[in-house]
Design a protein around this ligand. Sequence first.
Ligand SMILES: [Zn+2]
Ligand SMILES: [Zn+2]
Length: 150
Amino acid sequence: MTGQAQEAAEAARSRLQRVGLRATRPRVLVYSLLRQVGGHRSVDEIVGLLEERGNTVPRMSAYNVVADLAAAGLLLCADVGPGSALYEASDTWHHHFICRVCGTVADIPCVRGEKPCLEPPASFRGTVDEAQVIFRGICESCIRPLSRES
Ligand SMILES: [Zn+2]
Ligand SMILES: [Zn+2]
């Protein structure tokens, strides 16, 4: 591990412990990776990026890790659509925009900044603790070439 990676692992370890999670090797690897690389990553991408860095984590255990970390509030999970969940290290609740042309995923600040920011209609009898909003449309860089053509 490089000095930078070691520092990131150390920071990840203490964050995990602060939220009451045991700092197991796969948890430390996944969380420190996401903090370092940033962005929105699928489990396959996470496993691949770790592999590139010489850290093998089985896919099943990566799935368990992201679920645990998301439940503990260390990761945000964005359901971006059919069968695709993306994870990111973020401490701020927010929503996502997905471009229909290039598939880019961008953060959209949440107007309330905490969950749940949308209330179900009064007829709903259950409880709601989270409302994810996915905005879909065309991103700025895809709009420009489109309007130049016309
Ligand atoms: Zn786009
Ligand atoms: Zn995000």
